[in-house]
Design a protein around this ligand. Sequence first.
Ligand code: LLP
Length: 388
Amino acid sequence: MFTKETTERLQQLETPFYYYDLDLLRETLAVASGEAANRGFKLHYAVKANFNPVIMKIIAGYGLGADCVSGNETKLAVECGFPAAETLFAGVGKSDREIETALQLGISCFNAESVEEIGVIDEIAGRLGKKAVVALRINPNVEAHTIKHITTGTDENKFGIRIAELERVTALLEEMENIKYRGIHFHIGSQITDLHVYRNLCLRINELWEWLTDRGLEPADINVGGGLGISYEDPDRFPPFADYFEVFSRHLDSRIQSTISFELGRSLTAGCGSLISKVLFVKPGARETFVILDAGMTDLLRPALYHASHRIENLTSELPPRKYTVVGPICETTDTFGKYIELPETRRGDLVAIRSAGAYGEVMAMRYNMRSLPASVFSGDKGLIIRQ
Ligand code: LLP
């Protein structure tokens, strides 16, 4: 990803910033959408992973739908070229204003997460003289075996309608005049690397499909969510799209005629993005040597928030390796990107890349300590393209 020429160009720019390799993004999209299409599956992009418009427009160009979690995301998705008719709105707390926005845009479907929400969507749709298409987001109570903070599909989580409530919800659907039932939706968590977990999800979906079909509510669409994990240790390893989709091909009941949709975020955009930073100081501590970067947890929050680890590369030193603790400039001890990690001997002014940062990186940046938000820079045919 970082040829000598690219590194030289990046060195000219003010740091920190996100750098996106758009060729890699295109390659990832071509493979993911190809593998999905080969199995007759439909692919959506989970906009929350990266809503940078340059990235969004490229993704829309590959014919994906958009999975949105706020009214603003639905608006942006349509502005960036995702058809409204392929745009979904899921989220555990949709405000009345957001529901109105989405109805006015004519999005394809609301993934409803509670009995109360279905009532509110019905009421707002009635007031606007519209019909709202609704899928039920069901909490399948399937353990995702991932970071505790990003598990969403067990009974303890706030997400989705619990299976125990389904009887009540299906009765309610019949009473709602302004709602058209479309199908069911699941999402069990993110950064899932044990594909076996998805087999368990398929088995639960098969049971629910049968239960609903028996009651005359055969889903036209089954959205199985996202969550495919990536290798943070080896950022150049391509996500296992074929293996992932194959689990669903194998384990979903062959009687199911519904459209099967996926909504991937991380596996589509993480690999193409890196946070680029310069070394401000190299400071000896009592037990470790600190490399102090000009990027901090305000630019990439994942390590501080989830103890997530991203591979760190010194792009400009070829000296023998040493062990360092890499930190940012923020006034928090959790502002640490890596402890006792090996880097070539590092000096003030060196350029560092924090890899696999194209998903849940730029979008989670914040202004704590009155920091500026990071800029974004893209690979392009005629050199780098910069967006402040
Ligand atoms: N669908 C729904 C309903 C979701 O909630 C999510 C992610 C996705 C799809 C996309 O999941 P993916 O394919 O990206 O795993 N900030 C955390 C991740 C939070 C994920 C939230 N939901 C992180 O940095 O790891």
